[in-house]
Write a protein that binds this ligand. Structure first.
Ligand SMILES: [Zn+2]
Length: 292
């Protein structure tokens, strides 16, 4: 009996020991493998986490440029405020300029190219007065406009307006001065003369004298002076001088039979045009001042 008890006890102990070893091996088997695999993946995970935090670090970096951009906004505002500074003075200056600078006076000059169309005027050796007068008139008109004033031409092509139409054009437009351009005609004669109305006042005579002096300064063969009325009568007037309301004159710019006058006319046409335009403007302004 005692031996049997010992054998039973030994069996029981063995079973219990086996049970203990079996449980512990089962625990080791379930925990160890994940522990050995995890370091690699966990490191990677840690790296990716670091990267994410690195990315997170970059966010402040990207924020930094943003804040830099934000810094730039004041910078862009600064030029704006600078621009505002530069804008304000002109605004304050402009009214002063407008107050102190009066509008530039502007005059209207009527230029009348003599003859035209069916009326050739004086003709000599194929040369026609109507062409000479138109060529010079167009240049005078250019000069007047270039000087910032207004001009009215009684014709701009080979047409023939009646004297009354030429005068009406100037009168209706309220021209300040009327200047008719012609070439003279007489064999053996030369020089330049200007005709004014028989009733021309001193101011109109002064205007004509200033004009003739300016042409003489450019270069003419002879100064034949200022004349009143007509060739046939000092008491009559050429139509354009008679019918126009404003100071007017007729320039006989050299004789068409004179080679010398024709050469001077062709050579000096631009200078003649400039002189006529400048005198017309200055004289019109002078008369305007005297009328005030
Ligand atoms: Zn003529």
């Amino acid at each position: 009996m005692k031996k049997s008890f010992l054998i039973l006890l030994t069996v029981i102990m063995s079973v219990l020991l086996c049970a203990c070893f079996w449980d512990s091996s089962a625990d080791d088997g379930s925990t160890i493998p994940p522990a050995t695999d995890n370091p690699g993946t966990s490191d990677t995970a840690a790296d990716s986490t670091d990267q994410s935090t690195g990315t997170a670090d970059q966010i402040p970096n990207t924020n930094a440029p943003n804040s830099g951009t934000a810094d730039q906004i004041p910078n862009t505002n600064a030029p704006d405020s600078g621009t505002a500074d530069t804008v304000i003075p002109p605004e304050t200056v402009t009214p002063d300029t407008m107050v102190t600078t009066p509008p530039a006076p502007q005059v209207l000059i009527c230029i009348d190219p003599g003859h035209g169309g069916k009326d050739a005027g004086a003709v000599w050796d194929g040369r026609m007065e109507k062409d000479d007068s138109l060529n010079l008139a167009l240049k005078v008109a250019e000069q007047i406009e270039a000087l910032g004033h207004k001009v009215l031409l009684t014709r701009t092509d080979d047409s023939y307006p009646y004297f009354s139409e030429r005068a009406d054009l100037a009168n209706n437009a309220g021209a300040d001065l009327f200047i008719s351009l012609h070439r003279n005609s007489f064999e053996g004669a030369k020089g330049v003369e200007i005709w004014v109305s028989s009733k021309a006042d001193d101011s109109t005579v002064d205007f004509a004298e200033t004009l003739l002096d300016a042409l003489a300064d450019v270069g003419i063969s002879k100064n034949r002076g200022i004349k009143k009325g007509t060739v046939s009568s000092a008491n009559e007037d050429y139509f354009v001088n008679k019918l126009t309301d404003m100071p007017s004159c007729i320039i006989e710019l050299g004789f068409i039979q004179s080679d010398e006058d024709n050469r001077l006319y062709d050579t000096n046409m631009d200078a003649y045009a400039k002189a006529i335009a400048e005198v017309a403007i200055s004289e019109a302004l002078r008369m305007e001042d005297q009328a005030k």
